[in-house]
Design a protein around this ligand. Structure first.
Ligand code: MD6
Ligand code: FE
Length: 206
């Protein structure tokens, strides 16, 4: 059998870190957040091409993208209101997995319907890469692709299921990654299907 590409060092995958009851609880909390900071559709820098993923944020800073580029800002681009705070359950996750890092300032909320995907990218709009990026997946399974720190590095794919947690720290902090596609009807967490991914990030130097 062909050898698969190794995971970059500092990559961690915690399968079903959250059990079903915790997933339901977390989803309720995220629905509350989206009640005050609704999902909106970001656009690609320069071209203004709409993303297939809808987004929102919580935390002091939120990641946004529009014709002017990618950036962090303290307010929702549509409502103009400050983002709601990061829920306690996510701050606890961060402290459990990354006890030495300064607390996260941003939690990006990505919502995928069955046609949505996310191209290969690095998370590199932060001022510091000392802290990891921690992600939580809820709902339908997604095919996640991860490579190395150069776009041309070989990649491998794996499935992310509801309740799974991914940590990109160390060398993996700047590894290219993306979502190839969803696997529809793989979770009963959300009645209408789809997938939510939450990514926690430290943005400024502590
Ligand atoms: C997603 N995830 O799972 C997209 N970024 O929908 C990410 O872009 C990501 O899972 C940084 C660290 C972990 C991630
Ligand atoms: Fe990412």
């Amino acid at each position: 059998m062909a050898k698969s590409t190794p995971f970059p060092s500092g990559f961690q995958f915690l399968a079903e870190h959250f059990d079903r009851v915790q997933q339901e609880n977390l989803l309720d909390i995220i629905r509350d957040v989206l009640g005050s900071a609704p999902l909106y559709r970001p656009e690609m820098p320069r071209t203004g091409k709409p993303f297939s993923v809808r987004m929102s944020n919580c935390g002091a800073l939120g990641w946004v993208s529009d014709k002017d580029g990618y950036r962090y800002q303290p307010t929702h681009p549509v409502t103009g209101n400050p983002w709601p705070p990061i829920p306690e359950i996510l701050l606890s996750l961060w402290q459990e997995l990354s006890p030495d890092a300064a607390l996260p300032e941003a939690c990006l909320i990505n919502f995928y319907n069955e046609d949505a995907r996310m191209g290969l990218h690095q998370d590199r709009d932060e001022e510091t890469f000392d802290a990891p990026v921690i992600s939580v997946s809820l709902g339908d399974t997604a095919v996640f692709r991860i490579g190395g720190v150069e776009r041309k590095s070989p990649t491998r794919s794996m499935k992310l299921q509801s309740g799974d947690v991914v940590v990109l720290g160390g060398e993996a902090r700047l590894a290219f990654h993306g979502i190839d596609r969803l696997v529809p009807n793989t979770s009963t967490l959300m009645r209408q299907g789809g997938r939510v991914n939450l990514t926690l990030r430290r943005v400024t130097k502590p």
